[in-house]
Design a protein around this ligand. Structure first.
Ligand SMILES: [Zn+2]
Ligand SMILES: [Zn+2]
Length: 154
């Protein structure tokens, strides 16, 4: 597989890391590039396999440490229900909760950000005296591409 890099996005996170004075090691950068290059959500093992092509000595902890860093910096999101990872659609944004639409047919993931949804959830929780510290909002279904493919076949 030839990996096409999104140079702008990588440049963007390089700049952010410099501003935040955190280290974007070559491995962290490579893992980010691999996640961006994959249209679908990537699992840690897929990432390890791809990483090994350029860094044969890479081990699972190498990937997990890189993923932890990228999540902490808000550059990627973890898709909890499929245990995989996607790049964030707004890497330069502050910490945010996103609503993920996950296609069960092709594993494509769409990230939506809706502050109204998040504040509605917070308000509902408040009625029970509950303070939310973290959300996982994931919806499963069929994406537009896959549903139009099915229609074409009929
Ligand atoms: Zn995001
Ligand atoms: Zn799909």
């Amino acid at each position: 597989m030839v990996i096409k890099l999104d140079k702008d996005l990588v440049q963007q996170i390089e700049d952010i890391c410099e501003t935040r004075r955190v280290r974007l090691t070559p491995q962290r950068k490579r893992v980010f590039e691999l996640i961006c290059a994959n249209k679908k959500a990537s699992s840690a093992y897929e990432l390890l396999d791809d990483l090994k092509k350029t860094e044969p000595q890479a081990k699972p902890p190498t990937v997990y440490r890189a993923l932890d860093f990228l999540i902490e910096q808000g550059f990627i999101h973890k898709v909890e229900s499929t245990n995989s990872f996607i790049s964030c659609c707004s890497c330069n944004a502050d910490k945010h909760h996103s609503h993920l639409l996950i296609c069960d047919s092709c594993s494509n993931v769409i990230e939506l950000q809706d502050d109204n949804l998040v504040s509605l959830l917070a308000k509902n929780a408040e009625k029970h005296g509950f303070e939310i510290s973290n959300h996982v909002i994931e919806s499963h279904g069929i994406c537009q591409t896959c549903s139009s493919n099915v229609e074409n076949k009929i």
